[in-house]
Design a protein around this ligand. Structure first.
Ligand SMILES: N[C@@H](CCC(=O)N[C@@H](CS)C(=O)NCC(=O)O)C(=O)O
Length: 202
């Protein structure tokens, strides 16, 4: 059994859980709750960066980050399923990078509130991060990635998690001015039951 050190609210952990389900590996991966703020959490032994998620393979080898875990699960499942091996690969990796970037900027906004006292927060830095998200969502709204039959790739899985995180932490405000992306996420959720199954409801 592989162990996934993650937390139910982590969008990067959600990427891994959705990928495992799509690849038919959900029964091979057991999620163990991890707390990145706890010094004695085994997470820090497995990943010196102390970041979620970490996948511990059946051979006991920890791998991270979510991008590498998705690559690992894809090859475990035979390869070429959520990462194309043809010319589309670079397009998929770039979409994944864009959606991961939305998540990184969004998480920095959340941490600014969570980690800093109010008097020490920097509104201009928060706005700088928010602008990254706004530009990325604007680009995706102008030309949403096609959703075709078959297993969604790593880029599309990550985009769904990035939009889900906007719902979780920013009250879904993105929905007001991104109608094509809203329709895109609805279609993704219809095609991928594990998206709803991994929604954090805490
Ligand atoms: N690039 C990483 C990002 C992981 C990440 O930022 N995880 C967050 C939780 S969702 C975390 O562990 N934060 C704690 C920290 O940064 O110390 C990935 O794709 O896995």
């Amino acid at each position: 059994m592989m162990i996934l050190r993650s937390s139910p609210a982590s969008p990067f952990g959600r990427k891994v859980r959705i990928a495992a389900a799509l690849l038919g590996l959900a029964d091979r991966v057991s999620m163990v709750p991890a707390d990145s703020s706890k010094a004695d959490d085994p997470l820090r032994k497995d990943n010196p960066l102390g970041k979620i998620p970490v996948l511990v393979t059946e051979e006991g080898k920890p791998i991270y980050d979510s991008r590498v875990i998705l690559e690992y699960l894809d090859s475990f499942a035979g390869g070429g399923k959520i990462f194309p091996t043809d010319a589309r690969r670079i397009e998929v990796l770039t979409l994944q990078a864009l959606a991961d970037g939305i998540l990184d900027a969004s998480i920095l906004r959340v941490y600014e509130v969570r980690m800093r006292e109010e008097t020490k927060r920097d509104p201009s830095w928060v706005a700088y991060q928010a602008d990254k998200v706004a530009r990325a969502l604007g680009k995706l709204e102008a030309d949403p990635p096609a959703l075709s039959d078959g297993i969604p790739d790593a880029g599309r899985i990550t985009l769904a998690c990035a939009l889900g995180y906007q719902d979780l932490r920013f009250e879904g405000k993105w929905r007001n001015d991104h109608p094509k992306l809203v329709a895109w996420l609805d279609a993704f959720a219809r095609a991928v039951p594990s998206f709803e199954e991994t929604r954090f409801k805490g």
